[in-house]
Structures are given as structure tokens and as C-alpha cells.
Design a protein around this ligand. Structure first.
Ligand SMILES: [Zn+2]
Ligand SMILES: [Zn+2]
Length: 240
């Protein structure tokens, strides 16, 4: 975000926590969520499926990631999408508060992913119409904030050819069908896809269908190693 946008946002925002409305201490004035609320975010922890990072010990093959493209090897999320974390994502997406991305990226930066110096962050794109409506892509805001912490670049190598209908059906299979063909590879300025570790960045992981479909498009374009990271992980009701 530009410094002008940041200044305007600071003028418009009260110096209080977005979630609990406690006044922010001066040293936290750069944050949108107070340290106490951030402390309440519940980290996603193992035991989990080594590939998709879904907790609950699995017996037999994991249903969530069974249909994923081969190149998508590791996906992790920072925190469970419980009350405070859900509000923070909502503010990032719908209240025009891209500055909150910095607070969310603090939690994401602590996630262990096998990245190296040849890794790049790839935000999940929005379709052009939605991008115009929202004015910014929340996944790109997260990727840029995370890139400052991890010191790896952000590259836009994906195009969203269509926005997908809001996903109300909850089975992994239905969700995969829902996003089929939603992404196509875009320009790749200076990026050698086969040699680069691509780290997809999104705000929320529900069944991983969006990440899987984006990975499928990149794999078809030549990418061999794709990872994924999201801030939140939704609890899937009755998923076994
Ligand atoms: Zn708070
Ligand atoms: Zn899995």
C-alpha cells in the first residue's frame, strides 16, 4: 500500500482494536488488532496431514488433498478461523482495511514452510470485476506483508478467468468442481516456473479447492514445486 493510503487510513481509523475496541497503546498504533486479541488467535498445530496441514489424525489416505495436483506438496495455515480471527479476515476483505494485512502476516510469518532463496509468493488473484469493486486484492495485501518479513518477492503469475460462486457446498469434491478452470497462467516476468518454488498465498483455507485449482494451472504451465499458506483455516463441520 502506498504511504498516502496508509496516512489516510490512519486518519480514518480510531486508535482502537478492531476486534475488542480496546484503545491501542501508542507503540501499537501501527496495528489494527491489539496484542491481546492477536494472542487469542489459536495456532493450527500438528498432528496433521503432512501435505494439506489438516489436523485430525487420518487413517488411510487423506480425503482433503487426495485429488490435488502432484506439484502442490505442502499447505499450512497460521490460525483457526475462530471469532477474532474471522473478524480480522472480514475487515481485510470487506471493510477496506488492507493495513490489517500486516497484523495477519505476523501470524503467517511464524508458519514453517520449506522455502528457499528461490521461492516466490504468488497471491491468489481476484477476477477483474471483483478487484474493481474491492479496490485491492486481499491475498495480494497478505502476500506483500509476508514478503517483507520473509524477504522473498511477490510475483503475479496467475490470472483469475472467472470468479467462483460463493461456496456453500462443503464437500471437497464439490468445491473442486466449483473452481475448475477458474485460473490461467499469466505473464511470468523473470520467473522460471520449473526452477522456482511457488508459494500460493490466500486469506482462508476451507477445503483447499482454490489453492489446488490455482496449483493445477501453474503445474500445467511448468511449475514443479508449489506450496501454499493461508492466514485462517475454517473448521469444516462434520468433515471426516
Ligand atoms: Zn483487541
Ligand atoms: Zn491431506
Amino acid at each position: 500500500m502506498t504511504s498516502t493510503a496508509r496516512i489516510i487510513e490512519q486518519l480514518l481509523l480510531p486508535a482502537e482494536c478492531l476486534v475488542c475496541h480496546a484503545l491501542l497503546a501508542e507503540r501499537d498504533a501501527d496495528s489494527v488488532v491489539c496484542p491481546l486479541c492477536r494472542h487469542r488467535w489459536r495456532a493450527v498445530r500438528p498432528p496433521w496431514c503432512e501435505r494439506c496441514g489438516q489436523p485430525e489424525p487420518h487413517f488411510g489416505p487423506c480425503r482433503l488433498c487426495a485429488e490435488w495436483p502432484t506439484a502442490l506438496t505442502v499447505v499450512r495455515s497460521a490460525v483457526w478461523l475462530s471469532d477474532g480471527a474471522r473478524e480480522a479476515v472480514h475487515a481485510l476483505k470487506y471493510r477496506g482495511l488492507p493495513r490489517i494485512a500486516d497484523d495477519l502476516a505476523v501470524a503467517m510469518a511464524g508458519v514453517a514452510l520449506p522455502t528457499d532463496e528461490a521461492s516466490v509468493l504468488v497471491p491468489i488473484p481476484l477476477a477483474p470485476k471483483r478487484l474493481r469493486e474491492r479496490g485491492y486484492n486481499q491475498s495480494e495485501a497478505l502476500a506483500r506483508a509476508l514478503a517483507r518479513r520473509w524477504r522473498i518477492p511477490v510475483v503475479d503469475v496467475l490470472i483469475r478467468s472467472r470468479e467462483t460462486p460463493t461456496q456453500t457446498a462443503l464437500t471437497p469434491e464439490t468445491r473442486l468442481a466449483n473452481v475448475a478452470g477458474a485460473f490461467t497462467p499469466g505473464r511470468r516476468p523473470g520467473v522460471n516456473l520449473p526452477a522456482t518454488r511457488l508459494v500460493l498465498v490466500d486469506d482462508v483455507f476451507t477445503t483447499g479447492a482454490t489453492l489446488a485449482e490455482a496449483a493445477r494451472a501453474l503445474e500445467q504451465a511448468g511449475a514443479r514445486t508449489i506450496l501454499g499458506i493461508t492466514f485462517g483455516r475454517a473448521v469444516i463441520p462434520d468433515f471426516t
